[in-house]
Design a protein around this ligand. Structure first.
Ligand code: ATP
Ligand code: MG
Length: 402
């Protein structure tokens, strides 16, 4: 049987009351964007569900793309037939035959949205179930735990039949919750933090700090490759690459060793915050996990967070490294993150950074240096590129193409 459409269930969206249309519009746009390479596909949004009309496109790659779209609770491959009992019987039988193997059980579940249809739920379950039993010799009915659940959905415009429910990515449609700047290193944690933030509907732009020549072009490329991986969940990701060498060298020379890490993190957060304001982001996201390293103690967070009043989202704050690695493997960033290229944070790292820095001292050391000019220079030299799944990075000017 050739499926002609995919039925999409919204899940959590349906509880959003007045915002519902807003969420549905974002979801529809995101689906259309993800399915753009497949010509002929149409997306139809209704109040309580969406249909992707395949128009002859193979369902397999479309299913793979839909699995990565947040805001979809589940979906099913389906066919639509006329409101004709003969057509329902034929389509139902073919769908069950497609997934039937010896010894499997089935049941028919009918939902009748259109009460004017001449057959009611019980009639349809009985008639279609009976037809399948007659035509597949060894099949049996199991109403509690069937292997195959043939769903028949009677609606005004026609009858939809489907078997099998595919789990969606859950969450909320990307963009529906606004935009945030993700501080993206080349490590394991920050891409996972970006993915989890997208899952709650936030559009993410990445900010990456590099320090050439101390960090190599491969380290820069690694961050872009990670951004490309997570862009699979949002369609595209803009990456702002900030040259950080001069600021790091200045810190290394001028700030007492115990505080260089704290001041460096304050500078990174300050610059990210300014990029956030310029691009109308609402929050900043980091891959910090409490207690993981010296810069991630509560005392360090107090001393670093001081530079901004914007919300700093830390989706990994309570996670153990192994839990984070699990997600990194699932979203396929782990192997890239594990490549051994130096990060700008590890160069100039003092042997013993303060794990309990004092906010007042961090402010004091910072005040003695003219960072403003260096920050402005770094901001002027920011390079912004777009990445999208399976596409090479494009300069900012090409953004309209994506
Ligand atoms: P990650 O695996 O994400 O690098 P980490 O455990 O190595 O995290 P740190 O290197 O201390 O921890 O960094 C903490 C957070 O600071 C990162 O998760 C990231 O959000 C941000 N960060 C670190 N280095 C950079 C960088 N070069 N560019 C942008 N953000 C960075
Ligand atoms: Mg790191």
């Amino acid at each position: 049987m050739k499926y002609d459409r995919i039925l999409i269930r919204y899940g959590e969206l349906s509880t959003k009351g007045r915002n519902r249309q807003f969420f549905i519009r974002h979801l529809k746009d995101n689906i259309k964007k993800a399915l753009k390479p497949y010509r002929g596909i149409k997306v139809e949004a209704l109040y309580d569900r969406m249909y992707v009309l395949l128009n002859g496109t193979e369902s397999e790659p479309v299913v793979a793309a839909l699995k990565k779209i947040f805001g979809i609770q589940s979906f099913s491959l389906a066919v639509r037939v006329k409101k004709d009992i003969g057509e329902i019987k034929q389509a139902g039988l073919e769908l069950v035959k497609d997934c039937y193997q010896n010894g499997k059980t089935f049941k028919v579940t009918t939902r009748r949205g259109d009460k004017s249809f001449e057959y009611d739920t019980n009639d349809l379950n009985r008639i279609i179930g009976g037809y399948i039993l007659e035509n597949i010799e060894t099949i049996q009915v199991d109403v509690k735990h069937p292997d195959i659940d043939l769903r028949i959905d009677v609606r005004k415009e026609g009858i939809y039949l489907s078997t099998g429910i595919i789990k969606g990515a859950g969450g909320l449609p990307v963009g529906a919750s606004g935009k945030a700047m993700l501080m993206l290193s080349g490590g394991i944690d920050s891409p996972v933090a970006g993915y989890l933030t997208m899952k709650r509907g936030v559009k993410v732009e990445a900010v990456h700090f590099h320090s050439p020549p101390f960090t190599s072009p491969r380290a820069r490329q690694k961050a872009l490759d990670l951004a490309e991986k997570i862009s699979a969940y949002s369609g595209s990701v803009k990456v702002h690459i900030v040259p950080f060498t001069k600021i790091q060298e200045t810190i290394h020379k001028e700030v007492p060793e115990g505080y260089s890490m704290t001041v460096q993190r304050r500078m990174m957060l300050e610059i990210t915050d300014r990029i956030r304001r310029k691009h109308n982001g609402l929050a900043i996201v980091t891959g910090e996990s409490l207690g993981q390293v010296a810069s991630q103690t509560l005392e360090s967070m107090v001393a670093i967070n001081d530079v901004t009043t914007a919300p700093v989202l830390r989706p990994l704050i309570s996670m153990d490294k192994l839990e984070i690695i699990d997600i990194a493997q699932k979203i396929d960033t782990y192997d890239i993150s594990s490549l051994p290229y130096e990060d700008c944070c590890t160069i100039f790292t003092p042997p013993a950074p303060k794990t309990r820095p004092k906010l007042e001292l961090a402010r004091l050391y910072e005040k003695q240096i003219d960072f403003e000019a260096l920050i402005e220079e770094a901001l002027e030299k920011v390079e912004s590129v777009f990445v999208a799944p399976n596409q090479p990075a494009a300069e900012d000017g090409f953004s309209d193409l994506l």
